[in-house]
Design a protein around this ligand. Sequence first.
Ligand SMILES: Cc1cc2nc3c(=O)[nH]c(=O)nc-3n(C[C@H](O)[C@H](O)[C@H](O)COP(=O)(O)OP(=O)(O)OC[C@H]3O[C@@H](n4cnc5c(N)ncnc54)[C@H](O)[C@@H]3O)c2cc1C
Length: 405
Amino acid sequence: MVGVCCALELQARGHRVTLFERGEPGGETSSGNAGVAARSSLVPLNHPGLWQSLPSLLGNRGGALRYGPAYALRRAGRLAAFLLQARQQPFERTTAALDALIVHSRQRHRHWASEARAQHLWRSDGWFYLYRSQQAYAAAHPIRASWSRFGVAHETLDAHALRSVEPGLGTAYPVAVWVRDADAACDPRQVVQAYASLFVGNGGRLLQATVQHLSPAPGQGWLVHAADRPEEQVDEVVVALGPWSPGLLAGLGLKVPMLYERGYHMHYSWNGTQPLLRPVYDTGAACVLAPMAGGLRLSTGVELNELDAPASLAQLDMAERAVRTCLPLGARLDTQAWKGARPTLPDSRPAIGPSARLPGLWLALGHQHIGFSTGPGTAALLGSLVDGEPAPFDPSPFSPGRFRL
Ligand SMILES: Cc1cc2nc3c(=O)[nH]c(=O)nc-3n(C[C@H](O)[C@H](O)[C@H](O)COP(=O)(O)OP(=O)(O)OC[C@H]3O[C@@H](n4cnc5c(N)ncnc54)[C@H](O)[C@@H]3O)c2cc1C
């Protein structure tokens, strides 16, 4: 999503753009997510409340967060930096930055969805946080306080009010919060593909090619070395490879302090008489259920581990069991669970802008849990910086220079 949006935005600004994609646009992380684009996502995982839940998270048995012990040791420095951001002051800076990015992105999604004739893939009537007890609802008060500070439209519903707006849920959850400021996509992969087709239809060049490394061109500009192709010389290059960005940038001496928050999904049939219409976050089961083209998609919480470590289905199995105690989830529809990695930087803010070290190199990476929704705002910010125009929102919290990139 991020790379495709950057390509679209730069093209719209009059640049000649080539998009290198080793597979198909929207084939990786941007396909497997929960499709939610919500202002409630301005609260990152490393919010001040994380300290309170840390002792239980360290037990490594829950559904919300698990970690590979060897990975945690290897990445202790990055994890410590991530935790240190869960203090009030950095949290406030991050939430303000993310809110600007999310708000701008929603507008740009609507623009690109309209241009790409992809509006039918979106609905815009919010999503729900579901609680299994009043205590659980009360414990989440600080998160709602953050939403209120930014004016995120949300309202609390009891079980009966919830059933009247989302009949498929019945009355299984005693209390819920309806976040009204939210859109949802029913097929994230198709959204990215529609945007990529718009780019190509407008004359953009999409090369199915694996970029192996980048090198400075003699004089100025960059050489893009892709497998089985002659090298290409370009004036400027944007790296937006999601979780694979650190690998390519390491070849240029840039060390990206990325953490991989892996997650899984599985599609299910639904045995209820009323379908689920909107995505819901079952906070007790630590998973999101989203109605998608391929069935009801259950997406899991976070597993901190190496990008390519073998899959572990413990969280998926646990979430499924927990959901079944409340909802008429049907059979598994996929032969294998999908696995992806949320690409996260220690302060939960993506790096968007020029490299502080290498002229002509631009970065758009590290979008943690919100890259599907914030690709378009990322691209709008990047485009304004490339053209030296006033930015649509404050670029400084996103500066790659904060990590000496
Ligand atoms: C379980 C889960 C649920 C999520 N839910 C949501 C949600 O509800 N809402 C939301 O906004 N976000 C969500 N996210 C986060 C979101 O999916 C990511 O932040 C986002 O997809 C990152 O987009 P990206 O374009 O940076 O990366 P990607 O989508 O991974 O794109 C990177 C692209 O680079 C290509 N590539 C890699 N290496 C090379 C190379 N060498 N040469 C050429 N091409 C290459 C890949 O093929 C890929 O297509 C979720 C993530 C997970 C895992």
